[in-house]
Every structure is written in C-alpha cells, then in structure tokens.
Design a protein around this ligand. Structure first.
Ligand code: DC
Length: 209
C-alpha cells in the first residue's frame, strides 16, 4: 500500500507521516527533506549529477553518504529548497529517486506532488491543510524567530510552491482533504488510521467480492 501526504509548508505532513509509517510498519519518505538536502548540496557547490540522496529505514537523510538530517531545518533552507524546487532537472532527479524508494514496498510519502506526480496510483491520498496563522505558530515553535517574519516567509513559500509551472502544490482529484487547524497530532493520526482501515476494507472487498 502506498500513502501520499501532500500539503503546504508546516501543515503537519512530517509529524503525521512519521507516526503513521511507524504505526503501520511502512517506510517513511519525507520528500521535503530530500529537496532540503538538494539545496544543501547546491549551497556546497555540488553539481546535480554528483548528488545522491538516500532515506534510511530509521528516517535519516544521507547526502552522498553523510548524515545531514540535523542540518535540514533552518529558515535559510526553507527558502532555498523552495527556490530550487522550481528547477525541472532537480525535480526529475528527485522524482526518480522517490519512485525508486517506493518500488515494491509499503510507503508513506510526504511532499507537494506525491498524489499528483510521484505516486499517482497511491491507494490513499491525503491533502493536509491548516490556516496560515496556525502553520506560522507551529513553525515559530520549532524554529523560533519573529512571528510576522515567519508568517511572511510561509506566505511567500506557499505562493511559490503553488504557482510554479512544474508539479505545483495542489490536491489530487481523489485526495481526502484534512483540515488540521486546532487538531492535535494524535487526533490527526487517529483520523488517518481510520481512513487507512476503510481503504484496506474497500480494497479487500474489490479483490474478493
Ligand atoms: O515540506 P518542506 O517544507 O520540507 O519542503 C521544502 C521545499 O521543497 C518546499 O518549499 C517545496 C519543495 N518540495 C517540493 O517542491 N516537492 C515536494 N514533493 C516536497 C518539497
């Protein structure tokens, strides 16, 4: 089973994805972290052909073998990864890596274009959403900084991620829209686990009517 989670920045995709994958025993693939690792490589001056990004079973992100997980969450990489994500060559390379990671196994994958481009055949697609203000509060709790600045940076990123020509952020037509505003991570996980059960029952019914 493949589960796609898409949504804007700080909507809770990684929190949900990690816990969901753990509960189901699936591999978790945080593609946002992969774009961040690509941005780190770009900042280090590495050419795209020389960039290898891996996701381990333990959720670590390896850039050419080096564990860079702890370096990926910063306002600078928030912005640089979003800028780099408009580049067709970068996207093509990362989509290829992402599909390879998902091949022949159960995965939970989060990002912006998972349900629309990377895994269009995913059995369950979730579009996570929360108001801009709630997302800014969450991001400020994680990374600190001035609230107005955090909010402005998120708005800028939302705008770029949803209006770019290639694979813009947008719900797949068959995605379940989930507003997480005011909901705890536990509540969101519970709702999604119910959706997984419903989906599994539906698939079993289709296989053995
Ligand atoms: O989810 P995130 O904030 O960690 O993602 C960082 C940036 O990477 C985001 O602003 C847009 C880009 N991204 C993308 O274009 N496609 C994805 N599947 C995941 C992330």
């Amino acid at each position: 089973m493949k589960i796609a989670i898409d949504g804007p920045a700080a909507s809770g995709k990684t929190t949900l994805g990690k816990r969901l994958a753990q509960a189901l025993g699936f591999l978790f693939v945080p593609t946002g972290a992969m774009y961040r690792a690509a941005a780190l490589a770009h900042r280090r001056g590495l050419p795209l052909e020389a960039v290898d990004i891996r996701v381990t079973e333990e959720g670590r992100i390896l850039l050419n073998g080096e564990d860079v997980t702890a370096d990926l969450a910063s306002p600078e990489l928030d912005e640089l990864s979003s800028q780099l994500a408009v580049d067709g060559a970068v996207r093509a390379r990362l989509v290829e890596l992402q599909r390879r990671l998902a091949q022949g196994r159960d995965v939970v994958m989060e990002g912006r274009d998972i349900g629309t481009v990377v895994l269009p055949d995913a059995e369950l697609k979730i579009f996570l959403w929360a108001t801009l203000e709630e997302r800014a509060r969450r991001r400020q709790r994680e990374q600190g900084g001035d609230f107005a600045e955090v909010l402005a940076a998120l708005r800028r990123r939302d705008e770029r991620d949803s209006t770019r020509a290639l694979a813009p952020l947008r719900p797949a037509p068959d995605a379940v829209f989930l507003d997480t505003t005011g909901k705890s991570p536990d509540e969101v996980l519970c709702l999604v686990l119910k959706l997984v059960e419903e989906r599994r029952a539906h698939l079993a019914e289709r296989a053995h009517p």
